[in-house]
Design a protein around this ligand. Structure first.
Ligand SMILES: NC(=O)c1ccc[n+]([C@@H]2O[C@H](COP(=O)([O-])OP(=O)(O)OC[C@H]3O[C@@H](n4cnc5c(N)ncnc54)[C@H](O)[C@@H]3O)[C@@H](O)[C@H]2O)c1
Length: 285
């Protein structure tokens, strides 16, 4: 049961993370309740609302502006974050924004400037490692210098599965942020960070005031015998077998009269296209 004084929270984005925040509020946070939900896909907002007894909104800005909504959680796609946070700041609403705060440094800086101008801290970013007991324990040991000065931070983040059209830069803005934040947090003092992004592989190597840090975020699991490797291997065997049993036909007939065997050639080209496409690791820029 929620008390009548519980904080009314609005949720923007009711997908995987949005639903998790809603459930956490509903089940574990007695001092707050989910009062409103918006999602581009209304069905998702309705699902969350049904769980928590919240109202469904058709417009995210109306949700933010509504006087009855006292705080906002943003769990919509990355590119929408900065705009929604700015709107929350405009209306003086505390906001928990899922990471990243923005998808460009310039947008993030504008949000920080807007919050600083207000003179009160209203924005929290969903960098949950800072609240994870194991990470907190490491941070406390590092900060205490009980084991001496930290000399190396190494963070490795692997996404087991990632949508086909996700580009390399997104690995930096979406995933590496956890580690880039941890570098600064674990070593207490900040410093400059240099980042390099490649298609499908992004590394950020940072040097802080104290130590060296290496952050590696990847869209693939470590090399090994995964499902994809096995499927690729079986595809290769099947392709070689097909070539072997058709070898006489290919060399003696199909190459002699290509037009007569055009459908066979078309089939070959199509199969090669499928093989190449299945190997393609990243879309072209
Ligand atoms: N802190 C973490 O560890 C962590 C983990 C996973 C995801 N995230 C972040 O949470 C956010 C959501 O990720 P997710 O995994 O829940 O994705 P998701 O795709 O499951 O959910 C996103 C939801 O946003 C909705 N949406 C799309 N455009 C919208 C818009 N303009 N306005 C409002 N809603 C819109 C979609 O319909 C969908 O329901 C992302 O920014 C992601 O980076 C953080």
């Amino acid at each position: 049961m929620h008390s009548a004084r519980s904080l009314s929270v609005g949720l923007i984005g009711a997908g995987g993370m949005g639903m998790r925040h809603a459930e956490n509020l509903h089940r574990h946070v007695g001092a707050a309740r989910l009062a409103a939900a918006y999602d581009l896909d209304r069905g998702r907002a309705e699902q969350v609302a049904a769980l928590c007894g919240a109202a469904v909104y058709d417009d995210p800005l109306r949700l933010i502006q509504d006087d009855r909504i006292e705080a906002v959680i943003i769990a919509s796609p990355d590119a929408t974050h900065a705009g929604f946070v700015q709107e929350c700041l405009r209306w003086g609403k505390p906001v928990l924004c899922e990471k990243p705060l923005a998808t460009s440094a310039a947008d993030a800086a504008r949000v920080i400037a807007a919050e600083s101008a207000l003179g009160s801290r209203l924005v929290s970013v969903g960098l949950m490692r800072r609240f994870d007991p194991y990470h907190v324990a490491v941070q406390q040991v590092a900060a205490s210098r009980r084991l001496g000065r930290p000399i190396l931070y190494k963070g490795v983040h692997r996404n087991a599965a990632i949508p086909y059209d996700v580009r390399g830069e997104v690995i930096v803005t979406n995933s590496a942020g956890h580690d880039i934040d941890a570098v600064r947090w674990l070593q207490a003092k900040g410093g400059s960070l240099r980042e390099r992004a490649h298609e499908w592989r992004a590394k950020a190597i940072g040097f802080t005031h104290y130590a060296k840090a290496r952050v590696e975020s990847d869209s693939r699991l470590p090399k090994g015998l995964d499902e994809r490797t096995v499927i690729n291997f079986l595809n290769d065997i099947a392709a070689l077998y097909l070539v072997k049993i058709h070898w006489d036909l290919i060399t003696k007939r199909w190459t002699q009269a290509p037009f007569t065997y055009r459908y066979e050639w078309l089939t070959v080209f199509y199969l090669v296209f499928l093989l190449v496409r299945s190997r393609k690791q990243a879309p072209k820029k």
